[in-house]
Ligand binder design. Sequence first.
Ligand SMILES: Cc1cc2nc3c(=O)[nH]c(=O)nc-3n(C[C@H](O)[C@H](O)[C@H](O)COP(=O)(O)OP(=O)(O)OC[C@H]3O[C@@H](n4cnc5c(N)ncnc54)[C@H](O)[C@@H]3O)c2cc1C
Length: 567
Amino acid sequence: MSTTHWDAEYDVVVVGSGAGGMAAALTASIEGRRVLLVEKSDRIGGSTAVSGGAVWAPLNAQSDKVGHPDTFDKVWTYMQNTVGDAAPADMQRAYLRACAGMVDFFDKHTEVKLVARSYSPDYYPDREGAALGGRSLDPAMFDGRLLGPKFSELRDPLREFMVLGGMMITMTDAKHLLAVTRSFTSWREGMKLVMRYFSDRLRGYQRGTRLVLGNALAGRLFKSVLDRDIDYWLNASLGQLLLKDGRVNGVSLVRNGQRISVHARQGVIVATGGFPWSESLRNELYPQPTGPWSMSPQANRGEGITLAREVGAALGSGHVSPAFWAPVSILKKPDGTEVRYPHLVWDRAKPGLMAVNAAGQRFVNESTSYHEFVLGMYRSNKTVPSLPAFLVCDHDFMERWGVGLALPGGRPRDHLVRAGYLHQAPTLRALATEIGVDADGLAASTARFNRFAESGHDEDFGKGSTAYNRYLGDPEQQPNACLGKLQQGPFYAVKVYAGDIGTACGIHCNESAQALDLQGQPIPGLYMVGNDMHSVMGGEYPAPGITLGPALTFGWIAGRHAAHAAS
Ligand SMILES: Cc1cc2nc3c(=O)[nH]c(=O)nc-3n(C[C@H](O)[C@H](O)[C@H](O)COP(=O)(O)OP(=O)(O)OC[C@H]3O[C@@H](n4cnc5c(N)ncnc54)[C@H](O)[C@@H]3O)c2cc1C
């Protein structure tokens, strides 16, 4: 469809305000273009704002300084050993060649400051080319007060990642808070966090303003957008991509109920965050069974991908998974609302947690990555019902670590039991009956698991066998940081579904993030970034930050390309 009437005119229009969209908008603006950023919801940030915020950007300038000198050949070897031919080699190379430059560019021109982790193993540390640190970066803590009144426009983090009703914490913060009575350093760090949080609340903030994880990344991107006076419209949804002579030259939006057309002289960059909440695209592209089990915000409904297909763009192919998986537990509250918890890095790897299917059998290394865990669920489900599966632990584990929404340290959990989220029983046999799992199977699996805990060697699935497993375990636990016994009742179980943290299958693009048509030719004026672009990881999950890294990098690339495109 084309139009001759424009309600507004810009050089570049960017759709979607997550990492991909804001990176593109900032870059095009820094390159001197007039940019409009369009966001469907009433908040800035998308999944990026609720994410862990890790950014995988190998070969970045900090990796040496944090003790992990790296080379292109080494990372390339790792990519070959993980992604392989699940994604086109030229796209993987383009990513590796650009991501360090992206980190430097934003560091120099914007508030986006990323800090390399000194220890954070790639997810397959035993494969050649893997690194134990330096490749993944975290957004530096961000002071939300710097956004002034716009703080309320930034999407809130997941409530499950906050304590005391609104205080964001990292994994390190959580460890300090759990050890306040055992260590002076932890007590001091814990006190600092809590004092800052209470001072924020006394000043009238609805949540803490010390932002970390993905909220810090989205906050930093948003602050940079504000600093550059980039026009942005909330509550404005992409309705159509407009074409003239085969070139995308604008968008039709629905803004506050009105249809308006915006001219994009140099290009439209689409970054609507993939399709985790589109039932039809899930049915087309996900394995079965699939459910609405995503952790992404519900606004991510595949509209960018669908509209790009309508103007001739092709879906990518060759990927091994259509999504980035994560086991998710779901609390259904009495008022009908749901609270979801992604079991990413906290509970599964700790000693004393075991995952079983309906036969009461283990089926996976519990401390593997969230993505591998769900692949294990689907594999097991071919022979034994494993969707959902169950995370099982004993009373000591629950008190020490908690599972999902059930918190440790004697915190109340009766409401979770009443809601059917947490299952509790005095014996393992009673627990099996309660959750509908084969009782003999569960008893046999537990006895075997307890033997492995004693020897320190999981002969079946290798729990605790890699540096990544142990990184998330308990270093005080011997002989294996991830193996402990289940022995003292009451016993607990939490049901987990095959959830996701976003989609991997998107529009086939070239190294400049231009959308390609069915013949592999660029559609002039149309770029796809973030999860709307077919993932350069091909649905593999080699390391922490492999979705935000490409989202920022190809956002940067698309912003530059569009800024210099002939209009
Ligand atoms: C709990 C959790 C933890 C995660 N942790 C990490 C991590 O540590 N590292 C990592 O790399 N990845 C992580 N991820 C995944 C990562 O958050 C996403 O892959 C990434 O944020 C996607 O960025 P994006 O720019 O494509 O989309 P988003 O950040 O989701 O932004 C898309 C935006 O587009 C808007 N939109 C949708 N439709 C329209 C429309 N029609 N018109 C206008 N706007 C529209 C949405 O409202 C949204 O604001 C995590 C995800 C979750 C849920």
